[in-house]
Design a protein around this ligand. Sequence first.
Ligand SMILES: [Zn+2]
Ligand SMILES: [Zn+2]
Ligand SMILES: [Zn+2]
Length: 285
Amino acid sequence: MRNLSIVIGRNIENRPTRLSTTTYSRRKKATTVGRSFRAPARRRRASIMAKKGQKGPGKPFLEWCAENGKRGERVANEFREELPTKLTKGSKYKAKWKCLKCKHVWRAKMFSRTRSDKPRGCPKCAHNAPASKKDNFLTWCEKNGERGKKLSREYVDKDKPPTELTYASNYKAKWKCSNVECKHEWRAAVNNRTRSHKPTGCPKCANHMPSKTNNLLMWCEKNGERGKKLSLEYVDKDKPPTAVTYGSDYKALWKCAECDHEWLATLKQRTKTSYPNVCPACKAR
Ligand SMILES: [Zn+2]
Ligand SMILES: [Zn+2]
Ligand SMILES: [Zn+2]
């Protein structure tokens, strides 16, 4: 293990060269003039972090940095908080980081940067990273089970093969909804679809707002015998069939064309392809 003070010292020493002169003088002022009030602020933050349990498990952050060679040095230099004496490598604290390569500033949890499995780097650099044979959108899909399968099926962009971009790309690719009743085509950034937090899907399927072209009646007209039957059995008085979409969660009133039985079911339950809802009276017979 290398001496911890080396990394800390280098960390502070290196900073001025990467800062503009105004930022640096402001910083310098803060460190020289403001020593007396900076310390309590740091203590205050440390106590807040302790309260929230953000101090975290594992060894102290800087100790981890010192033990992890070039990678540790880089992470330590990208760290843009007060010196993190209380923080550990496993902390959930959302710290501020500044990319050494592109100068982008972002926030990320401590542990997301130090973990051994899929550590996070600068998101901006990730967007712009070139795809390789081993690391591209297609290989990402192959590694991501059902979700990956769906995305690779829906990717229909002719201009760029899926092996030419990464999963984090900002490229607005063309997609085609894999829902056979939708087949809607739209454009969305690859990153918007692959991200783990709130990824986007087919806007048409997500859109439960009925329109002139997207409503139950239109759907029935396009769906042959099945559509005819459903439009006949739809007897809801509160909403006309043009005011609801086929994928809606609205519980509508239906009247069986066979036995006149009336029951409630959502539009989605009745129009879906596999195991659609049918008249419960006829089903019981
Ligand atoms: Zn970057
Ligand atoms: Zn769709
Ligand atoms: Zn019936």
